[in-house]
Design a binder for this molecule. Structure first.
Ligand code: NAP
Length: 341
């Protein structure tokens, strides 16, 4: 793969060799690598972008703090991605990763990013390992993290009955009664999934109307192990060594539900804070883009769940990634043309 921008030679400009003392918390630059395109996030949006940029002969790195796949790894069955009437989330993640690798993408999983900065036209990605990656184009595909309910007991009992991932933790609750909090797609779909293990699943929602898609609601309503509790405002998760009950208020009365686990699906917080430079975003932190996924900063695109948009689906994430890849390629060509002129 030939690139005018990518030298790919690592050098060591950092303070370790020079013996320069650094303040605590400083990340030493141990090595530097250059690319045409750096993609932060290895979910469907990032992997689609990577596949396209690599196929356009751009030197591409994909970074992910964990294994490749993003939210796919928290999804048991995917039934709404065209071409696959039913596929395991983990299998689709593996296929997407292999596909990107086949076309020469440098996949760097388990590689947490510390911060992203801009120096002139260069986007600088500093890794927690101390390495620094540079490229003219950066595609932000970092997704987000589950939103916390922020009630007493949630933090204390996290991992001891409080969970944010049904696929990861459901099997620990065989034969138990569980509470699911939320009324969106995730709460309803994951609540349905949890009945594989649980004897009963209560879905507690703060309003009387669910936000989830009708097909998911219908499926959950047909599931005899699911009971919806509406207008339920969770006040506390109780338990000593592990979850024993959830306390909620309904129409002015405080009630208690004895459960062995509480699964919280109350939304998502986008991972936009890694950007040190200001990028326009909405109130919730979702990055604003134009229809080409271009952010307010030249040479930075945002795709998938980290950007403000109507929906967060695998198909739309893949579309975002594709659009950003083409736009990034055009941008790199324009920089090369300007350099030649
Ligand atoms: P979501 O659609 O934002 O729903 C969050 C739910 O949590 C809402 O019902 C909301 O209540 C409730 N909530 C928020 N803050 C709360 C609080 N402090 N206390 C109690 N309840 C609270 O989030 P999501 O379900 O995680 O889904 C995120 C995105 O992923 C969506 O775009 C969704 O379409 C997508 N997704 C799709 C699928 C699928 O297609 N199979 C599966 C999972 C997720 P209100 O309704 O009152 O606001």
């Amino acid at each position: 793969m030939v690139s005018e921008f990518a030298t790919s030679t690592a050098r060591k400009p950092g303070g370790i060799e020079l013996g320069i003392p650094t303040p605590p918390g400083t990340i030493l630059v141990k090595a530097m690598s250059e690319y045409d395109v750096i993609i932060v996030g290895g979910g469907p949006a990032g992997l689609a972008a990577a596949l396209y940029t690599a196929r356009m002969n751009l030197k591409t790195a994909v970074l992910d703090r964990g294994p490749l796949g993003g939210q796919l790894l928290n999804t048991e069955l995917v039934e709404d991605y065209p071409g696959f009437d039913s596929i395991l989330g983990s299998e689709l993640a593996m296929k997407m990763g292999e596909h990107a690798r086949k076309f020469g993408v440098e996949v760097r999983d388990f590689e947490p990013v510390h911060e992203i900065d801009v120096e002139g036209n260069t986007k600088v990605v500093r890794l927690e390992s101390g390495e620094e990656l540079r490229a003219p184009a950066l595609i932000m595909a970092a997704g987000g993290l589950p939103r916390y309910l922020q009630v007493p007991g949630e933090k204390e009992l996290s991992g001891r009955g409080v969970s944010y991932c049904a696929v990861c933790d459901g099997a620990f609750f065989k034969g138990q009664e569980l509470a699911v909090i939320g009324g969106g797609d995730a709460a309803v779909e994951e609540g349905d999934f949890l009945t594989r293990y649980a004897s009963k699943v209560y879905i507690l929602h703060r309003r009387s109307e669910l936000r989830a898609q009708p097909i998911l609601i219908e499926r959950a309503r047909e599931n005899k192990k699911i009971e919806f509790i509406f207008d339920a405002h969770v006040k506390e998760i109780e338990g000593d060594a592990k979850v024993q009950a959830v306390r909620y208020e309904q129409h002015g009365t405080v009630k208690e539900l004895k459960v062995g686990g509480v699964f919280i699906f109350v939304g998502f917080v986008p991972n936009s804070a890694l950007l040190k430079v200001h990028v326009d975003h909405d109130q919730a932190g979702y990055i604003l883009t134009d229809r080409n996924m271009q952010t307010s900063v030249d040479g930075i695109w945002a795709v998938g769940d980290v950007r403000a948009q109507l929906t967060k689906q695998i198909a739309t994430a893949v579309g975002d990634g594709t659009t950003a890849a083409v736009a990034a390629s055009q941008y790199i060509t324009s920089l090369k043309d300007a350099a030649r002129a």
